[in-house]
Design a binder for this molecule. Structure first.
Ligand code: ADP
Ligand code: MG
Length: 534
């Protein structure tokens, strides 16, 4: 039993080994077929690799031959190629330079384009601005035209008002001017400290009244001094300046530019300040230089309103009842200046030098020449006493092409000869004759003004050469201003009283309402316009 068990075990083991061996055989049989097919694949692959190698070998030979051929060729043109290479490199350098230039140009072009764009933008903005400005200019131009019209109308109204004021003030006015007390003169009444000249200032007397102490009695020789009071349109005390005086005058200058005839006289005894008032000196210009200045200034301003003024000046003196040209040559002994008045109220003097004055300096030069020529003679009272009347005449012819108007104004500025009475100056011979002629012509001037004031039919213009010359400026169509110049000295008290009495008579006069000389072209239907008044 034990053996049989072993035999069985053995048999089982043999069977197991047999099974394993069979499995292994089977596996090995499988591997072998796989290896066979692998081998077949590999031999095939080896064959194709050998074929490829042969092909490469052939290609290699072919390339080698080609390489040799190229080598040969390249070797021959190496220099050429080097040259070409150099040139290529140079060209490449140039190219790169060119590129840089191109780049720079591109940048510059871009800047220029931007600038152009900005400029165009600006131009278009400017264009807009220009249109706007043009519009503004047009509206301003329209405004200017409107304002000019308003201004002309306003000036016309102002001119009428000005003239009304002047007429209310009176067409004959008298201003009294007292000069300062001179060195060595006594300005008080004898044996007292009472000033000889005082200026009452109550109520409406202010700036208009003057009180002088003068010898009482009709002869004026008394040693007793008593007060005399006078009222004028204006009294200028000793401290008044040339400016103060001219302030009042300038309105009359405007009247002359408006076409009126104006006379301004300086009346008074020798040494009372007539020449100082009318001419003044280098430091203190008097009425005449200031009038000239104003005339030039105003006529320039009026130019803007279309007015053109022609100004002609003449200066003459009336000496011993004869006319003398102070700007020209003296006439031959048998020749005399003759005064002619035409129907339009214009006065001309034959043979008289008339100078076109375009600047105030020209007038100053004319005055200087005239003063040199003016007849002066020594008297007991004043070594440089003026023994003649000096008449400075300025004719103003204004025309306005726009309105077809013409105005003709005349300004007569007269520095009268000394009014002192013959006895007082102790003159004899020629001096006596001079004094008589002066007195005659001054009283004729007073008579003419008084005849005008009393509306007398007969006005004695012919009684003196002075009134005859000035008749057109001393009639209804004119404005007259008289300065009565007074010396405050004790020794002049009597003459001062005479002067004040004369002036008071003139002051009481009134001449007719002035009519100005305005000619308007008949073709022109517009209302008359005239230069502006101040
Ligand atoms: P007339 O011409 O009346 O003879 P002037 O004008 O020659 O008198 O004046 C006499 C002197 O008095 C001159 O020396 C002048 O300078 C001086 N004089 C006259 N008036 C004034 C014044 N208002 N202020 C200063 N000096 C004056
Ligand atoms: Mg004088």
């Amino acid at each position: 039993m034990l053996l049989s068990g072993s035999t069985t075990q053995l048999e089982q083991k043999v069977e197991a080994v047999k099974s394993v061996a069979e499995t292994k055989v089977q596996l090995l049989q499988g591997d072998s077929s796989q290896a066979k097919s692998e081998l077949a694949r590999l031999s095939k692959e080896l064959h194709s690799v050998a074929l490829a190698r042969d092909q490469w070998q052939r290609d290699c030979e072919k390339w080698k031959a080609q390489a040799d051929m190229y080598q040969e060729k390249t070797g021959k043109s190496l220099e050429e190629m080097q040259n070409m290479e150099t040139r290529r490199m140079a060209l490449e350098g140039m190219c790169s330079d060119q590129d840089e230039i191109m780049e720079r140009l591109r940048r510059e072009t871009a800047i220029a384009v931007e600038q152009k764009r900005l400029a165009e933008e600006l131009a278009s903005r400017r264009g807009d601005e220009n249109v706007e400005l043009k519009r503004k200019v047009e509206s301003l131009e329209a405004l200017v035209v409107e304002k000019e019209t308003q201004m002309k109308e306003g000036e016309e109204i102002r001119k009428r008002l000005h003239n009304t004021i002047m007429e209310l003030k009176g067409n004959i006015r008298v201003f009294c001017r007292v000069r300062p007390v001179g060195d060595g003169e006594c300005g008080t009444a004898p044996k007292t400290a009472t000033p000889l000249v005082e200026y009452p200032s109550q109520g409406d007397q202010k700036d208009r009244a003057i009180k002088v102490l003068a010898p009482s009695g009709s002869s004026g020789m008394s040693s007793e001094f008593q007060p005399f009071e006078f009222t004028f349109d204006r009294v200028f005390p000793a401290q008044s300046t040339q400016e103060d005086v001219f302030d009042e005058i300038s309105q009359l200058v405007q009247s002359a530019l408006d076409g009126y005839k104006v006379c301004i006289f300086a009346y008074g005894q020798t040494g009372s300040g007539k020449t100082y008032t009318m001419l003044g000196n280098n430091e203190n210009n008097g009425v005449i230089p200031r009038v000239m200045q104003q005339v030039f200034q105003t006529s320039n301003e009026l130019r803007e309103q279309g007015w053109n003024f022609r100004m002609r000046a003449s200066i003459l003196e009336v000496y011993n009842e004869e006319y003398k040209d102070l700007l020209g040559k003296h006439l031959a002994a048998n020749e005399k200046h003759k005064v002619h008045h035409d129907a339009h109220g214009n006065t001309t003097v034959s043979g008289l030098t008339t100078v076109d004055v375009s600047k105030p300096e020209n007038a100053a030069e004319l005055l200087r020449r005239a003063m040199e020529k003016r007849a002066v003679g020594a008297t007991k009272m004043n070594d440089n006493s003026s023994r003649s009347h000096m008449v400075f005449t300025l004719k103003l012819d204004g025309s306005n092409e726009g309105t077809q108007q013409h105005v003709q104004g005349v300004l007569n500025l007269i520095d009268l000869a000394g009014s002192e009475r013959v006895k007082a100056s102790g003159s004899q011979g020629d001096r006596l004759k001079e004094a008589q002629n002066i007195n005659k012509s001054l009283s004729a001037l007073g008579d003419v003004i008084m005849a005008l004031g009393t509306k007398n039919e007969h006005v004695p213009y012919r009684n003196s050469k002075l009134t005859w010359l000035l008749q057109n400026s001393l009639s209804g169509a004119s404005k007259v201003l008289m300065f009565v110049n007074i010396s405050p000295a004790q020794e002049s008290a009597n003459e001062s009283l005479c002067s004040l009495r004369f002036a008071a008579k003139v002051n009481a006069c009134e001449i007719g309402v002035a009519r100005r000389t305005v000619k308007t072209d008949p073709k022109d239907s517009q209302p008359t316009r005239s230069p502006r008044s101040r």
